[in-house]
Design a protein. Structure first.
Length: 368
């Protein structure tokens, strides 16, 4: 993992999947976890600030409560398992980090905590202070209160959003796979992809939705989504196998998604948003204009989907239906639909009030 040397990556986020932390019997893989914590301690001593996004609470809690299907038979089972398992998980991290002379802190977050701008800034400030104090924050989704409709659903994307909030330069997703392949790695002739400079349609087509263990919730699709979020925030992201001891210090095969130039903090937050309230479809001319840094004008829009208010996050989709940008709507959805395709001089009569300069202003928009 030479790309994530302390000198070039002052802050690092390490995500650990359920299948690495918990075995098939629901027990913590303590010996392996001890080697990972030793790696984290080595990095901390070298001056690197590290936060951990740790899965495993549901798997641990399900074992303790005797719940079927690993605690995922129902939302209520998952919430109960998470509440029970999280306290055990936090205790294990605190114990092992403490043995290395490191202080652990626990942060449980929901999707709304990182999608709402004010709460996002609060979380970012807490992370910054903890890391500055030399503490190792251990984060997880707060599954005991999250619902199916409002949750990350996997810790890959959570890790990318945490990296964004923490201003980290790198993310390592430790998993049961050693990176991206051009097809399901179980198929003959599957080719490992060591480096991805740009996430395009060809890269996304390689993703395999399955998680190898059946214990976690994030497959390769979620990892590529995480890479997109991290890269947009200026953080490199690596998918690496945790099926070896000392996974952060061993020279092992992995896939590195190379970050582009970091976007301003607000635009990085917009690009990484996961809970858009609606979609504004645009024509080819508008899509080109957005690529040149222009605002989205009503004349270039073709239709509106969803119900949103002014200030809500919306997706902007090109003629092929693919998302090309995210931004904050200048109009509620009903008014936006009234002026789709209309020029500025026609809009006042349709709206009954003086129109705004754009449907989505370039200052409140991030290209994808």
């Amino acid at each position: 993992m030479k790309q994530f040397a302390p000198a070039s990556c002052p802050r690092l986020i390490v995500k650990v999947g359920s299948a690495l932390l918990v075995d098939a019997q629901g027990q913590v893989r303590r010996d392996w976890l001890t080697t990972l914590v030793a790696d984290l301690a080595e990095r901390a001593r070298a001056g690197q600030q590290v936060a951990v996004v740790s899965s495993g609470a549901i798997a641990l809690g399900a074992r303790r409560l005797g719940l079927a299907k690993g605690g995922r038979a129902s939302l209520e089972d998952a919430q109960a398992a998470a509440a029970t398992g999280q306290i055990a998980l936090a205790g294990i991290w605190a114990e092992l980090l403490g043995a290395q002379g490191l202080t652990a802190a626990q942060m449980l977050v929901t999707l709304d905590d990182l999608e709402d701008r004010r709460r996002y800034l609060n979380a970012a400030a807490t992370l910054d202070r903890l890391l500055g104090l030399g503490v190792v924050p251990v984060l997880n989704e707060n599954d005991s209160v999250a619902t199916e409709e409002i949750r990350f659903g996997d810790n890959d994307r959570l890790a990318a959003r945490v990296a964004q909030a923490a201003g980290a330069q790198g993310v390592i997703l430790l998993s049961d796979v050693d990176g991206l392949y051009d097809r399901n790695p179980g198929q003959p002739g599957a080719r490992h992809i060591p480096r991805v400079e740009r996430i395009d349609d060809a890269i996304e087509a390689m993703a395999d939705r399955g998680s190898g263990s059946g214990m976690g919730s994030g497959g390769m699709v979620s990892k590529i989504a995480a890479a997109r979020i991290a890269n947009a925030a200026g953080a490199h992201l690596a998918i690496a196998s945790g099926r070896i001891e000392h996974p952060l210090s061993a020279e092992a095969r992995h896939t590195l998604f190379v970050a582009e130039k970091s976007a301003p903090a607000r635009k990085a937050w917009l690009a990484g948003g996961l809970t858009a309230r609606g979609t504004i479809h645009v024509d080819a001319g508008a899509a080109r204009a957005l690529g040149q840094g222009k605002s989205l004008l009503a004349a270039g829009a073709t239709r509106v989907e969803g119900a949103f208010a002014r200030g809500d996050l919306v997706v902007i989709a090109g003629p092929d239906g693919k998302a090309i940008a995210r931004g904050l709507a200048e109009y509620p959805s009903d008014d936006a639909a009234r002026i789709v395709g209309r020029r500025n001089e026609d809009q006042a009569e349709l709206l009954g009030y003086a129109p705004r300069t754009a449907l989505v202003h370039r200052s409140h928009m991030a290209l994808l």
